[in-house]
Design a protein around this ligand. Structure first.
Ligand SMILES: Cc1cc2nc3c(=O)[nH]c(=O)nc-3n(C[C@H](O)[C@H](O)[C@H](O)COP(=O)(O)O)c2cc1C
Length: 174
């Protein structure tokens, strides 16, 4: 029997759409920027897509209700910090609306000219961007970032699937 019945696809409500998207596993990241006073701010996001490699561009989607969003737009620069398997504490911290999410967290600053917060523990990759374009759509802003600096690693990722945080079970040879 097939895994999915093609005749059962239906138009979806917002809730039904959420249910379907909850079945799609994603990496999760902390998007970080600075306020004009230099305070680090950030939020947890799963809406991160590589838009193009040449030129290197990334696309993130941030809710209009995010308190970080106005700071991010004013800052003009941001970092995407992809969480690794041991970054679970960071995920709940940055999904909250706490005042100082960086208190007690390992972080440093990116290079001169952008100077955005970079998480140093519990991450598998860091990408520093300049905002190239902002596209307000529905209740989110799509932000296209020009990738300025990036660093990856072999560290295993933290994944989000079926409304829970998970780790990779095994590596397939294919
Ligand atoms: C697994 C997960 C993924 C999330 N992905 C996004 C996202 O892609 N974009 C977004 O704007 N908010 C996303 N959120 C919600 C924000 O992290 C959350 O609303 C946060 O409190 C916003 O903080 P702020 O208001 O301080 O910016 C996600 C939350 C969770 C738990």
């Amino acid at each position: 029997m097939a895994d999915l019945d093609a005749t059962r696809l239906r138009e979806v409500s917002a809730d039904a759409y959420r249910e379907v998207m909850a079945t799609v596993p994603t990496a999760i990241s902390v998007l970080a920027a600075r306020t004009p006073e230099g305070r680090p701010v950030g939020l947890l996001i799963q809406a991160v897509v590589s838009l193009s490699a040449d030129p290197p561009r990334i696309l993130v989607s941030v809710s209009e209700s995010s308190r970080t969003l106005p700071h991010l737009l004013r800052c003009g620069f941001f970092s995407v910090n992809v969480l690794s398997h041991d970054g679970l504490e960071l995920s709940s911290r940055f999904a909250s609306r706490a005042e100082d999410k960086f208190a007690g967290v390992g972080w440093g600053s990116s290079g001169p000219g952008h100077d955005v917060p970079i998480l140093t523990d519990g991450v598998s990759a860091s990408i520093v961007c300049a905002i190239e374009e902002v596209l307000p759509r529905h209740d989110h802003s799509i932000i296209i970032g020009q990738v300025l600096e990036a660093q990856g690693s072999e560290r295993e990722p933290l994944l989000y699937h079926a409304r829970g945080f998970r780790q990779l079970a095994s590596r397939s040879s294919g």
